[in-house]
Design a protein around this ligand. Structure first.
Ligand SMILES: [Zn+2]
Length: 341
């Protein structure tokens, strides 16, 4: 590999359904807490989604990932009024663009036990059909113990981990005790901002610095955990070089001795989650692609991307899809979605 190339980057936590949220109408009440952000923004948006919106949202999200040199997305999905088949819509949208995806449906009891059952069924259906995925759980604080156990059991049955938000805000403080006996090394524990240092949960912690700052939930200080740490965007695009830079500067704001090498190791941890991405190739506008350079070079862009040995991006332009068409169709679906809000 030359100094201006890297493997494909991995986004270890994304919400492709949120791509069309940009520019959405302001909520009736301005949220002042983390729970308020969920209630006023994300839980209104996910309820309004149908499968056609999801299709173009996922295609645009996958396109933007590709354009940023991210060749693998670990997605966490919720669309309570369009559950059945939703994971296949996401998987097919990503396949069309050429980007790898590990899909999961975020099970929750927010819509009653029937909603939780249908979420579990969608994970089961997708994985049984041979889909690349995990079992999704929204978060312990929106699930009954029965649902948490059912999700963990389903994951064991399919030989995959559970992908769950943990202690993102103070409202999820009870997660540790409720998940400790269930979590295994293949779980993805998203955020962990309010976890104690010695929480004892097994799994990879996924740090989402931009999202955490945006939601004012506090600094997760991921370097304090014994767990492996990976980086995600929590649905705000899939520019993983930018997320690495934010992870670095957020850590640096807390500790002036923090090294870019540590933040880079979090980015590299994505390859343990989606090992195939390591064989993808990205050529960049900058060299050398090394942590101490990249921490201080905010404008690096992907030029060429090969996924699975085949071209997916050339001179910054996607080769397998028409980017202008995706942007136009996604724009139409965004207008339809915003009208429902
Ligand atoms: Zn998330």
């Amino acid at each position: 590999m030359t100094a201006d190339t890297t493997p494909g980057l991995v986004c270890a936590h994304h919400h492709l359904y949120s791509t069309l949220a940009r520019g959405m109408p302001a909520p009736p009440l301005t949220p002042t807490t983390f729970l308020g952000v969920l209630e006023q923004i994300w839980w209104r948006l996910d309820t309004a989604l149908d499968l056609e919106m999801l299709d173009w949202s996922a295609k645009l999200g996958a396109l933007e990932a590709l354009e940023a040199g991210c060749t693998a997305i670990v997605d966490h999905h919720e669309s309570p009024n369009a559950i059945d088949g939703s994971l296949s819509v996401i998987a097919e949208a990503c396949a069309e663009v050429g980007v790898r995806v590990v899909a999961s449906y975020g099970v929750t009891d927010r819509h009653g036990p029937e909603g939780a059952r249908r979420g579990l069924e969608e994970n089961d259906r997708f994985l049984s059909d041979g889909g690349r995925g995990m079992v999704g759980v929204h978060a312990a604080f929106t699930c009954s113990d029965d649902t948490l156990h059912a999700a963990a059991d389903l994951a064991v049955r399919h030989g995959v981990g559970v992908h769950v938000h943990v202690a993102e805000g103070p409202d999820d403080g009870g997660a540790v005790d409720r998940l400790r006996a269930l979590a295994t090394d293949d779980w993805l524990l998203i955020h962990g901002v309010h976890l104690p240092d010695d929480h004892g949960l097994r799994g990879t912690i996924v740090h989402n610095p931009r999202s955490n700052m945006n939601n004012a939930v506090g600094y997760a200080r991921p370097a304090r955990f014994a767990n492996p740490v990976a980086l995600g965007t929590d649905g705000i695009g899939a520019d993983m070089l930018a997320e690495f830079q934010l992870a670095f500067v957020a850590a640096r704001a807390d500790d002036v001795t923090f090294s870019p090498d540590t933040a880079w190791s979090w980015l590299e941890q994505g390859w343990s989650l989606v090992p195939e991405a390591r064989s993808d190739r990205v050529r960049w506008t900058y060299e050398p692609m090394e942590p101490w350079h990249l921490a201080y070079t905010p404008t690096v862009r992907a030029i060429d991307v090969d996924i699975d040995g085949e071209p997916a991006l050339r001179d910054g332009v996607a080769t397998r899809v028409d980017p202008a068409e995706i942007r136009a169709r996604a724009g139409e679906q965004a207008a339809r979605l915003h009208a429902r809000l």
